[in-house]
Design a protein around this ligand. Structure first.
Ligand code: SF4
Ligand code: SF4
Length: 61
């Protein structure tokens, strides 16, 4: 199980994470990314790499 967090101060809602995540962890809510399905995360780290603002952290529980 993994914990996916988005730093809302850094996120600008660009949707790059929404588009790249293979298991649809993210959706945009009020202009920010919400990792609402973090339980689906497969720890590929694509979202961490793609985020231009380094807003995403994924850690193992
Ligand atoms: S890629 Fe980063 S800045 Fe863009 S929506 Fe996702 S968390 Fe926010
Ligand atoms: S690490 Fe991969 S599977 Fe997990 S939220 Fe990021 S893009 Fe999705």
């Amino acid at each position: 199980m993994y914990v996916v967090t988005v730093d809302l101060e850094k996120c600008d809602g660009c949707e790059e994470c929404v588009n790249i995540c293979p298991v649809e962890v993210f959706k945009i809510v009020d202009g920010k990314s919400d990792p609402y399905q973090a339980s689906e995360c497969s720890y590929c780290l694509s979202c961490v790499e793609v985020c231009p603002n380094k807003a995403i952290t994924v850690t193992e529980m």
